[in-house]
Write a protein that binds this ligand. Structure first.
Ligand code: F6P
Length: 327
């Protein structure tokens, strides 16, 4: 058991729907265990600046259903430096904060692990990113909402694509991973899905599109993950437009971008975020540190922070086959 009185909670990196539900769970679970909670605003940037706010039970009322993060988020360059981290440690000491819960993605956890090594401040991570690219949890907080947003948008695009018999390249987020692309491709009935986990040469893309468009005089939707190796939807568009074989094809690009980051979290994300926020406090009380709480096959599991980014979370290749079978 560690001697912890005051816990600092922060959200960092790209915001994700459900972060607020997680903050709420952290605050309420901490208070239920007689721990004080300090909200650290703007992630590591606010940690360095001493941008701290006391959290009571009421401070997290009515945030469960909201997208974004009431604590705000940032990607801090200063925290990458030794001076920045030393200042953060000083500020935490001044604020009498003796443990941290960070909600974010791999960048957040890399920073947390280094900080824990240097200053021995207990830290627990909660996986909050729409990308779902973290080893140690089946799903990350925000992924389900982003996926549903992407599918809703693809449904809308399908209507207009169909009306004009157009080929749409729809680019979705995910940084270097294809979880959103693959799953919204299946859920949205995409004719082709391009993800970073598999290499599809431009010639092969062209061939597949060509046979698709000539075999059917109707719309086609290609879901392109932003991290796909050809360089995204705009690059593929350029290559297609430069090829005479595609001159007759009515082609459009739609980049869903940050629409996938906002919005009210789905039920699934709310439940996951609530479970993991409470589990983070439990882990802290039990004396764990430098671990991420996640769920694996429905159960809460702890994974050392270092494994979260050093091990690869694989996509389900069966799903990729399924996109081909069903298109
Ligand atoms: O990691 C979440 C994410 O939305 C990625 O999918 C995307 O590549 C990136 O963040 C965008 O970052 P920013 O909001 O800083 O442009």
């Amino acid at each position: 058991m560690l001697n912890i009185r005051r816990v600092g909670v922060f959200t960092s990196g790209g915001d994700a729907p459900g972060m607020n539900a997680c903050v709420r769970a952290v605050v309420r679970a901490a208070l239920a265990n007689d721990l004080d909670v300090i909200g650290i605003r703007r992630g590591y940037a606010g940690m360095i600046d001493g941008d701290y706010v006391e959290m009571d039970g009421r401070s997290v009322s009515n945030i469960l259903q909201k997208g974004g993060t009431v604590l705000k988020s940032a990607r801090s360059k200063r925290f990458h430096t030794e001076e920045g981290r030393a200042e953060a440690a000083r500020q935490l000491r001044d604020g009498q904060i003796d443990a941290l819960i960070g909600i974010g993605g791999d960048g957040t956890f890399r920073g947390a692990a280094i900080f824990n090594d240097e200053y021995n401040i207990p830290v627990i991570g909660c996986p909050g990113t729409i990308d779902n690219d973290l080893f140690g949890t089946d799903e990350t907080i925000g992924y389900d909402t982003a996926l549903n947003t992407a599918i809703e948008n693809i449904d809308r695009i399908r209507d207009t694509a169909d009306a004009h018999d157009r080929l749409f390249l729809v680019e979705v987020m995910g940084r270097d991973s294809g979880f959103i692309a693959l799953n919204c491709g299946i859920g949205g009935g995409a004719e082709l899905v391009l993800i970073p986990e598999t290499i599809t040469e431009m010639e092969e893309i062209k061939e597949r599109l060509h046979s698709l468009m000539s075999a059917q005089s109707r719309s086609s939707i290609v879901v392109v993950a932003e991290g796909e190796e050809q360089g995204g939807a705009a690059r593929i568009e350029q290559a297609l437009r430069a090829d005479d074989a595609f001159s007759e094809i009515d082609l459009r690009v739609c980049i869903l971008g940050h629409t996938q980051r906002g919005g009210s979290p789905t039920a699934r994300d709310r439940v996951l975020a609530s479970r993991l926020g409470a589990a983070a406090i439990e882990a802290l009380i039990e004396g764990h540190t430098a671990v991420m709480v996640g769920t694996v096959n429905g159960d809460v599991k702890l994974t050392p922070l270092r494994n979260v980014w050093s091990r690869k979370k694989n996509i389900n290749y069966e799903l990729l086959k399924l996109t081909q079978l069903l298109s």
